[in-house]
Design a protein around this ligand. Structure first.
Ligand code: NDP
Length: 306
């Protein structure tokens, strides 16, 4: 069995070492133009040339949960696309989002600024009931986040394409449920995949429907958010602020307006990182299962886009 590795921006050596150890009977190599045909590929942001030169691939293992970048390419006709299925990401996402919600709710930025200025001052406690959190996307990551928020007794709502039942989460689904979901949400968390249906989903109309004093946490993809609409709604006072981990262009260009909006906090696409050991273990298990003709978890529906 031949496995090829083509991950832009990723140091190949440790991955190759891990894959070779776990797959002792396979040939595992980094792809280069003109490389021999492989059976399976481990990929992140590969070039189109890679796909064109590997028409016989049976499986493409994406080392991330989001496959929006991969699905923009023309893929080998018979290659199954497999995403990372948690592999240590959901706990990271849960800790990132809960800390953000708590930080906002408990006004910790304000307290920190006060203390730095030598100002020992109390703020009136806010009521949890006034901060319903709405999670868009109830997949591997969204469901874990929704459940984690429930531990802190925030009212939690969730929105997905198909109807779902999750203990402690008030769920809504489809376009028909979107307005009702938004109207009861104050802190909006985005964990949708980026597809033609979800691009620009956080726009002026979406933001206006949120409860006054809304807060936006975007941890999915930059293209879900209409940047100018977020800034406008902050300036108009309907949205109190945002925490953004993902951007249309990454790294965020130095002249982007977000840098200058004090109500916007940012991190460099780090909310849930790919963990190498967990990911290798998962991919290796799936390569073995696929080569035995078994179906595997985390198979992407390329028509649906996630
Ligand atoms: P999943 O595919 O497991 O879940 C996607 C969820 O979104 C599902 O609940 C799905 O509904 C819902 N959904 C999809 N399309 C629509 C739609 N049109 N309307 C309403 N709901 C919809 O994805 P994950 O939870 O694993 O990951 C989500 C995204 O998080 C990734 O695609 C990626 O972009 C991002 N991500 C960001 C990271 C970071 O570090 N910032 C790290 C990892 C991922 P249904 O259940 O009905 O199918």
């Amino acid at each position: 069995m031949k496995v090829t590795f083509c991950c832009t921006g990723t140091k190949a050596e440790p991955w190759l070492e891990g894959l070779r150890t776990a797959l002792p009977h396979a040939e595992v190599d980094v792809w280069a133009p003109g490389a021999p045909q492989a059976d399976y590929a481990v990929v992140w942001a590969p070039p189109q040339q890679f796909m064109d030169e590997q028409p016989g691939l049976k499986g493409l293992f994406n080392i991330g949960a989001g496959v929006d970048g991969l699905l923009k390419l023309q893929l080998p006709a018979h290659a199954k696309v497999v995403r990372l299925d948690d592999a240590g990401m959901s706990v990271q996402m849960a800790e990132y989002v809960t800390q953000a919600v708590i930080r906002h709710f408990r006004e910790l930025d304000g307290y920190e600024a006060d203390m730095k200025a030598g100002n020992w001052a109390f703020r009136k406690p806010q009521m949890r009931a006034d901060f319903p959190v709405g999670v868009m996307g109830l997949g591997v990551l969204g469901e874990r986040v929704a459940k984690a928020l429930g531990v802190f007794e925030f009212p939690v709502r969730g929105w997905s394409r198909s109807a779902k039942q999750i203990d402690g989460v008030h769920t809504f689904s489809g376009e028909a449920g979107f307005t009702e979901f938004l109207r009861g949400t104050r802190i909006l968390v985005n964990l949708l995949p980026l597809t033609p249906d979800t691009e620009n989903v956080i726009n002026r109309s979406t933001l206006q429907q949120l409860l006054p004093g809304a807060y936006v946490i975007n941890v999915a993809r930059g293209a879900h958010l209409v940047d100018a609409d977020l800034i406008a709604l902050i300036e108009e006072g309907h949205v109190a602020g945002a925490l953004l981990d993902v951007f249309r262009k990454e790294p965020l260009p130095a002249d982007h307006a977000f840098w200058k909006v004090p109500q916007i906090t940012m991190t460099p696409h780090t909310s849930a990182r790919t963990l190498r050991e967990e990911s290798i273990a998962q991919i290796v298990g799936k390569v073995a299962a696929m080569s035995r003709g078994e179906t595997v978890q985390g198979m992407v529906d390329t028509q649906r886009g996630y």
